[in-house]
Design a protein around this ligand. Structure first.
Ligand code: FAD
Ligand code: SF4
Length: 511
């Protein structure tokens, strides 16, 4: 049968079994579409990153004698939506069977199912052969359990894949989790090796995107695009990480710094989420490097890294498929405020937010603690509607694909799911930020002050949040200590805290 196989922008898995088969009568189709560039406003580097990686993968397939149909964004024939384009290709090439890989986004899953149900030709869906769990594995794992603590899922994954295990039974190093040793502040030492950059010229593609009239935001140096867009690039980011950054990955995982956007983070998320790299190959490669260099690298650095990929990444995917589509609408804390305008400009006097947002606008990247404890923390403390928060996170980061963005944003960061992912909200006053960063030193606000003119906004916002949401958290054991402390505040102090917090919430642009 003459068969058409669809490849979505985040299905660039070079090692998929599709490409190992006899290739007669097979056509692969890639499409750059307004449906994908416009469902949310994306960072320009995200659009360029995905289009470049798709084009390079298409070339890779052509070089290996595969038949490839590629619809570029400005092609006259491009109808800009998935069903319209597919209908056209199927008719033009007289296709007799349509095949696709299961999408990771609910939106596309529904769209493709609907499309297939209307087709008169045969259709078949395949696994992407990327994840280490199926869509349903997590649901089955937690069946009958009250809480879905990630740690137990992670331990099970370690056993299942025999990762960092002794005799497939006990955790290597005697512990499952070395998180406690991963909490250091970075003060300029140890030195961070020079950035691994690609410096690609993407000017021509940038022009095409401009000509198409796609609305984007953020900045891009078109002669020095730094993200991996091929498998070769992706492998070099992976090797660079093991050789240069792994040694301190765990130590400084939670650190924040004005001058260092990346610290010891791997920047592998785009290569992973577009599937240019497989999670197991990343884990094996990093562990392999560690085994050869055990004298220099402590197990805590490696375990911390493995937990992110084997644990958190798979866990978030499982939560997504367990909870969608309802998850996309959840707002258990009933937060209703608008996201401040400065999230799009970095124009704020709060130094921590200014730096985290500016780095995001410049690089389409922020590391986990910037996302969670700076921008996410502030959005939650100011009781911002999760739809607004989601739209921002989904647009700004090069790695943002809904299955992993929404679970991290609505779930882990905004507690909008009421506690499925996190057992308590990730909120903090300025003191945590001061402990982990150098932001407060250069800030107009005084991190030690709770109220009054130049007091750190995070301080009053924090206690105001607890007071506003007291009823919601009253039975949460993990919140008991903080609510106790809140109760000890005098009426007068609480009044001044709430006055300051409300002034910030009502006029965020003034701060
Ligand atoms: P590293 O710190 O080097 O970690 C290695 C890898 O572990 C990452 O590449 C990633 O694949 C995985 N990982 C780490 N933490 C998580 C996590 N919490 N969930 C899933 N995978 C994880 N990650 C995305 O890939 N896409 C998103 O859209 C996204 N949105 C986020 C939104 C918020 C509010 C928060 C708090 C986190 C979000 N994350 C997201 C998770 C995490 O912040 C990023 O994966 C990470 O910062 C990517 O940088 P890195 O590759 O240098 O990661
Ligand atoms: Fe952020 Fe407050 Fe520190 Fe300023 S003082 S950097 S607002 S935490």
């Amino acid at each position: 049968l003459k068969t058409l196989r669809l490849l979505l922008g985040d299905q660039l898995n070079h090692q998929h079994s599709w490409f190992k088969e006899e290739q007669e009568n097979l056509h692969y189709v890639f499409m750059e579409m307004r449906q994908e560039t416009d469902y949310v406003k994306h960072h320009i580097q995200k659009v360029i990153g995905f289009f470049s990686a798709m084009r390079e993968f298409a070339e890779y397939l052509k070089e290996r004698e595969h038949e490839v149909i590629y619809l570029k964004i400005n092609d006259k024939k491009n109808k800009q939506t998935l069903p319209e384009n597919l209908k056209q290709v199927i008719s033009e090439y007289r296709i007799e069977k349509f095949e696709y890989q299961l999408p990771d986004e609910y939106r596309l899953d529904v769209q493709l199912k609907d499309f297939c149900s209307e087709l008169t030709i045969e259709t078949e869906a395949y696994d992407t052969e990327h994840f280490l769990t199926s869509r349903e594995d997590l649901t089955n794992f937690y069946k009958g359990k009250k809480e879905m603590t990630m740690e137990y899922f992670y331990r099970d994954m370690r056993k299942k894949y025999d990762v960092l295990m002794v005799n497939s039974k006990d955790p290597e190093g005697g512990k499952w989790n070395f998180d406690k040793s991963n909490r250091k502040k970075w003060n300029g030492k140890p030195e961070i090796p020079h950035e691994r950059g690609f410096r690609k010229d993407v000017s021509a593609l940038l022009q095409e995107v401009g000509k198409a009239g796609i609305k984007t935001f953020g900045s891009l140096d078109a002669e020095k695009f730094n993200w991996p867009t091929s498998r070769e690039d992706s492998l070099s980011v992976l090797n660079y990480f093991s050789k240069n950054l792994l040694v301190h990955f765990g130590d400084f995982q939670d650190a924040l710094h004005t001058k260092q956007a990346y610290l010891f983070h791997s920047r592998l998320s785009f290569a992973l989420n577009s599937k240019m790299l497989h999670p197991k190959e990343v884990i094996d490669s990093v562990i392999g490097y560690w085994r050869e260099n055990k004298d220099e690298i402590d197990i805590s650095q490696v375990e911390g890294f493995v937990r992110q990929i084997l644990g958190w990444r798979e866990y978030m995917r499982g939560i997504y498929w367990k909870e969608m589509p309802g998850y996309g609408k959840s707002n258990k804390l009933d937060n209703q405020n608008k996201l401040p305008e400065f999230y799009w400009t970095a124009n704020t006097k709060m130094n921590c937010l200014k730096h985290s947002i500016q780095q995001s606008l410049d690089n389409a990247y922020a590391h986990h603690i910037q996302r969670l404890m700076i921008t996410g923390n502030y959005a939650l403390l100011t009781q911002t509607h999760p739809n607004e928060v989601d739209a921002w996170y989904l647009g700004i980061y090069i790695d943002a694909i809904e299955w992993v963005e929404i679970t991290n944003t609505r779930g882990m960061s905004q507690f909008a799911d009421g506690g499925i992912v996190a057992t308590k909200p990730y909120v903090s006053s300025g003191s945590y930020i001061n402990k982990m960063s150098n932001y407060c030193k250069g800030c107009e606000y005084d991190v030690k002050k709770k109220t009054g003119e130049n007091s750190c906004p995070f301080n009053s916002l924090y206690w105001n949040f607890l007071d506003d949401k007291r009823e919601f958290f009253k039975d949460n054991r993990r919140m008991a200590m903080m609510l106790n402390m809140l109760d000890k505040k005098s009426e007068d102090e609480l009044f001044r805290i709430k006055e300051r917090a409300n002034a910030i919430i009502q006029n965020p642009e003034n701060f």
